[in-house]
Write a protein that binds this ligand. Structure first.
Ligand code: F6P
Length: 356
């Protein structure tokens, strides 16, 4: 996110704007925690993970009167354009904050979103800031886990974040060369998840003779509605039934929950570039008089012109309608969008081809 803050600051200033940073998101906005952003403040921040401005959950922002207070703070500061860097909740807040029906005859306010969430659950953007760094962290962790798994012929279930979205689990499973990916979009009941794991373990152990290929790595998205402890005990019990002659210490699974490790760390080169490009496009959209838009990275579908247009500032970026983004995000999360169906379906082909 720091790359986006840096780009928005430097480009905004070059376009003649005065640029401020709001600390801790909407919570900081309500407390008037607003600081000037000068080139010195954003120098050297590209390599830092997270955000120099801080972040906070702010549930009260769902209330109209709380947003009225936020608009008063902005108006008192003379701020008329806001770049909002965040996920579903932050962008929904932005849409309401600049809703003309809520603003009424009050001072004008424009918003431009920048998608940032390791979950990659936002609609109409191919990627959000943070996803690539998170995937790299998962791959590095799984490569390390694979050493123990290989040495001891073990099965590891590695849980990764992603909220209700399986994107991180799916993509990192391919990048790691895992044996199975478990993700909520598959909609599988608990019993079939357990069976799938057990079948995979038995298949790997029987088909691969070479010691270095006998390990089993399973990547599970946190959104799969069965906790890792419960999953482990069910899988272990079933493995003991199915392979009664196997050495129990070898066949027993191990579990690693990567948790917040996946959420931080030094941003990858790609994320720094993505943040810079999206920050640039968002601030330029505001300067050009746009509002209720989000800077997007190569939407994975062709967009009709009323939904989005390719950015003139960067041909890899699009400026898409914020309301359409939030609608598509909902469709992605409920599995209604063609992209969600494709993501889930493509894994059947991947498994058939034994790419996993
Ligand atoms: O949305 C990003 C995310 O990291 C999810 O993957 C995860 O479920 C959640 O946030 C964790 O939130 P918190 O840090 O508030 O527990």
């Amino acid at each position: 996110m720091n790359a986006a803050i840096r780009a928005a600051t430097l480009i905004g200033r070059s376009l003649g704007a005065e640029v401020f940073g709001i600390e801790r998101g909407y919570r900081g906005l309500l407390e008037d925690a607003i600081v000037p952003l000068l080139p010195a403040e954003v120098a050297g921040i590209l390599r830092e993970g997270g955000t120099i401005l801080g972040s906070a959950r702010c549930k009260e922002f769902h209330q109209r009167e709380v947003r009225d207070r936020a608009r008063t703070v902005l108006a008192n500061r003379g701020i008329d354009g806001l770049v909002v860097i965040g996920g579903n909740g932050s962008l929904t807040g932005a849409l309401h904050l600049a809703d003309p029906a809520e603003i009424g005859s009050g001072p004008k306010l424009a918003v431009a979103g920048v998608p940032a969430s390791i979950d990659n659950d936002l609609g109409l953007t191919g990627l959000s800031i943070g996803v690539d760094t998170a995937m790299n962290t998962i791959v590095e962790a799984c490569d390390k886990i694979a050493d123990t798994a290989t040495a001891h012929d073990r099965t590891f279930i590695v849980e990764v974040m992603g909220r209700d979205c399986g994107y991180l689990a799916m993509t990192s499973a391919i990048a790691v060369g895992a044996d199975l990916a478990l993700f909520p979009e598959a909609g599988k009941p608990e019993a079939s998840i357990v069976d799938h794991i057990v079948d995979t373990v038995i298949a790997v152990r029987t088909r691969q003779a070479a010691r270095r290929t006998r390990r089993v790595i399973i990547i599970k998205a946190e959104g799969v509605g069965i906790g890792v402890d419960r999953l482990k005990s069910q899988v272990d019990a079933r493995l003991r039934e199915r392979a009664p002659d196997a050495d129990p210490s070898g066949i027993e699974t191990r579990v690693t929950v990567l948790g917040h490790v996946v959420r931080g760390g030094r941003p990858s080169a790609f994320d720094r570039l993505l943040g810079s490009r999206l920050g640039n496009v968002a601030v330029r959209a505001l300067a050009a008089g746009e509002s209720h838009k989000m800077a997007a990275w190569m939407p994975p579908v062709d967009l009709p012109p009323e939904v989005g247009v390719r950015s003139l500032a960067d041909p890899y970026c699009w400026i898409v309608d914020l309301e359409a983004v939030l609608r598509e995000t909902e469709n992605l999360l409920t599995g209604k969008s063609p992209l969600a169906r494709w993501r889930a379906g493509v894994f059947d082909q991947i498994e058939d081809a034994r790419l996993l």
